[in-house]
Ligand binder design. Structure first.
Ligand code: HEM
Length: 233
């Protein structure tokens, strides 16, 4: 006796799992052994494609957060931002895998990449475009309460929802920044520092981006709080 139920979803696969996840299409998105310059192309493709998916989800959660903030739904925004942060964490650990590829093997993989560059990553560019709008909504909400950032941080429990929003924004900023720093080390370990990337960008440019922040004011407020505390002594 078989307990297997026949597929009911649209699609040509033999099960609804495969129809829904679209495994046929998904698993044919990587080159096969007969097309490889080097067998590590599979590792390279899986890390990049999975990272693009996590970044796609992160961007989608950030865009929905902006909509929720426009409707003043701060709790829902916290929930969505916690997801976006977890997406970024997934891309952190995916980077570890690339360090299991030797620098010489990467040079063989690199031959297959043409002028492909991470600067053209749709996932990362989606985040780059959406995240600043979070800051715009945060400052609107702050303005509506007639609060300065310092007021908010000195009265964090009174304005708990707004304070938590500030902390989630900082968390997202920190995790994206840590991804950049981690990626920079992976690049250094794979191809070195005093060279150019596949699009001719000097790798040293990436070092400068390590200091970029979406919300510098949320970092600077820490200094302001310390100075305020010292002035009170
Ligand atoms: C061995 C692995 C990797 C190497 C050697 C590498 C190399 C580089 C280099 C040299 C650049 C500077 C621009 C250029 O010339 O292309 C760059 C930028 C970038 N790469 Fe990678 N990369 C690797 C893995 C990844 C992965 C897994 C992702 C995931 C999406 C990624 C995303 C990016 C992004 C988003 C940028 C722009 C950085 C920014 O705006 O801060 N890279 N990469």
């Amino acid at each position: 006796m078989s307990y297997a139920k026949p597929p009911v979803l649209q699609g040509t696969a033999k099960s609804d799992y495969e129809n829904y996840v679209r495994t046929d299409e998904l698993l044919s998105l990587q080159k096969g052994p007969d097309e490889w310059e080097h067998r590590d192309e599979l590792l390279f493709a899986v890390v990049h494609q999975s990272s693009e998916l996590w970044l796609k989800l992160a961007t989608s959660e950030v865009i929905e957060t902006i909509a929720q903030l426009k409707g003043n739904n701060l709790r829902e925004a916290h929930r969505l931002l916690s997801r976006a942060v977890l997406c970024i964490l997934q891309t952190h650990s995916a980077l570890d895998m690339l360090e299991k590829m030797s620098p010489w093997d990467y040079q063989q993989v690199r031959r297959a990449l043409g002028h492909g560059s991470g600067f053209d990553s749709p996932g990362f560019n989606g985040l780059r475009k959406a995240v600043p709008q979070l800051g715009k909504e945060f400052h609107r909400l702050l303005g509506e309460e007639k609060l300065s950032l310092l007021d908010l941080f000195l009265n964090d429990r009174k304005y708990e929802d707004l304070y938590q929003l500030a902390e989630w924004l900082l968390e997202l900023d920190e995790r994206i920044g840590l991804w950049r720093q981690r990626h920079f080390k992976v690049v250094e370990r794979s191809i070195g520092m005093k060279v150019q990337g596949t699009q001719g960008t000097p790798v040293e440019i990436l070092a400068k981006l390590n200091f970029f922040s979406f919300f510098p004011e949320l970092w600077d407020i820490r200094t302001e709080i310390t100075n305020y505390a010292l002035s009170e002594e």
